[in-house]
Write a protein that binds this ligand. Structure first.
Ligand code: ADP
Ligand code: MG
Length: 384
């Protein structure tokens, strides 16, 4: 649906026109996987795929929500009183954001909302963070909460951690709130400091979604976080941010095999993020290739979050690009997408190789997105 059709649909459903639209992007992480919740470094960029929330203030405390993705369901709940989980899984993301804002003492107002998104869901491109940031950004705007982009991101993360029971770090929400056009963002997750890095114009970002179905992965995801926390504790540290390989090897006898391997990934990945940031600044594809290949291997062997379909896709794309491109899995793993960085003229080689080999090997159809970095959270008022 285009924006005119969405506004007409809003009018038809809520008998009034929307006052504005708040929008937040999905993201792709170039490198730095599972480092965010260990207070480390990440290098994501926002995408031009976005989740839009059309809103109109109500004069009561009721929040009514429709999503074009779930056409037959309307979500309704009341703010400024205890908010608990409802029957609808997607509706809980909206409740979650209202819950954490209320919990922090923010007074909210009722709203009618229509959500539309072109962020692929469950593909590691973070449609959930796009939704949380758009909803938090909407309440911030309509209720005059005066939150910074960092605070909006933190509320989004809290919503996912404390209400949705997914122990994610801050990366997805922060890049969705703060992303900039044509820029990747180096984030230091210890203090949320960011540094933007321009993506060279002759470099393409190609995302290939494996479409491998992710099932029951939250418990696996959360277990990895516990392993990391245990490893840090055994090294006498609060977080893995302060760990190094010497200390890890010294402490190995006290660790389980999983704790050692998870920490090994995090420590080496942090180093790779810093090196990859420099390589991106220098437009050094050869260095990016080495670092992204090492990142993927570490995610496969140490963090154990790849599946044959994403390993296979990485291999297909690496073979197509040779030393002219950098490839690795991206996002939370257990399926989802891979990301390639290559020269613009090599995009066709990826498309060709995926078409030729992926379905034949895995009986799954991949989706290919040639992306540019988009901007973070935006708010636009509509003329009445
Ligand atoms: P990812 O963040 O990788 O896309 P998640 O499983 O974390 O995958 O989040 C996907 C969930 O987010 C969906 O199952 C749905 O509940 C919610 N969601 C995402 N986009 C929308 C949308 N446009 N409308 C309603 N719910 C959405
Ligand atoms: Mg998510």
């Amino acid at each position: 649906m285009n924006n005119d059709a969405l506004q007409a649909f809003f009018q038809q459903q809520f008998s009034s026109t929307p006052q504005g639209v708040v929008s937040a992007p999905g993201r792709v992480n170039l490198i730095g996987e599972f480092t965010d919740y260990n207070q480390g470094f990440v290098l994501p960029c926002a995408l031009t795929f976005r989740t839009q929330v059309f809103y109109r203030l109500r004069d009561d405390n009721t929040v009514n929500v429709l999503s074009t993705m779930y056409p037959n369901e309307q979500e309704s709940f009341v703010v400024n009183q205890s908010i608990s989980a409802g029957a609808s899984q997607w509706g809980n993301y909206i409740r979650a954001v209202a819950f954490v804002l209320n919990r922090a003492g923010h007074q909210l107002q009722g709203v009618d909302l229509l959500i539309e998104s072109n962020v692929p869901q469950g593909s590691g491109l973070s449609s959930s963070a796009a939704l949380e940031v758009a909803i938090a950004g909407m309440f911030n705007h309509v209720c005059g909460l005066n939150l910074t982009a960092e605070q909006i991101a933190l509320f989004g993360q809290e919503a996912e951690n404390d209400f949705m029971d997914c122990q994610c770090g801050i990366m997805d929400q922060l890049i969705s709130a703060k992303g900039q056009q044509n820029q990747a963002l180096l984030i230091d997750c210890q203090n949320l400091h960011t540094k933007s890095v321009t993506i060279p114009t002759d470099l393409s970002i190609v995302i290939v979604n494996s479409n491998y179905p992710r099932k029951l992965v939250d418990s696996e995801y959360n277990q990895r976080r516990i392993d990391c926390e245990q490893a840090a504790k055994k090294m006498g540290l609060t977080t893995l941010r302060d760990a190094n390989l010497d200390l890890l090897i010294q402490t190995k006898p006290q660790m389980s095999a999983n704790e050692f391997a998870r920490a090994h990934h995090v420590i080496t990945e942090n180093t790779r993020v810093i090196a990859a940031t420099e390589a991106l600044v220098n437009n050094d594809i050869e260095q990016l290739r080495i670092l992204m290949t090492a990142s993927h291997q570490s995610l496969k062997h140490d963090f154990e979050v790849t599946v044959p379909a994403t390993d296979g896709l990485v291999q297909i794309c690496q073979q197509a690009l040779g030393d002219r491109g950098a490839v690795r899995m991206t996002g939370g793993g257990f399926g989802g997408a891979i990301v390639c960085l290559c020269r613009n003229e090599d995009v066709a080689a990826i498309q060709h190789a995926v078409e030729q080999h992926y379905f034949a090997q895995f009986k799954l159809q991949a989706d290919i997105y040639v992306c540019t970095a988009g901007k973070g959270l935006t708010v636009k008022t509509l003329s009445q």
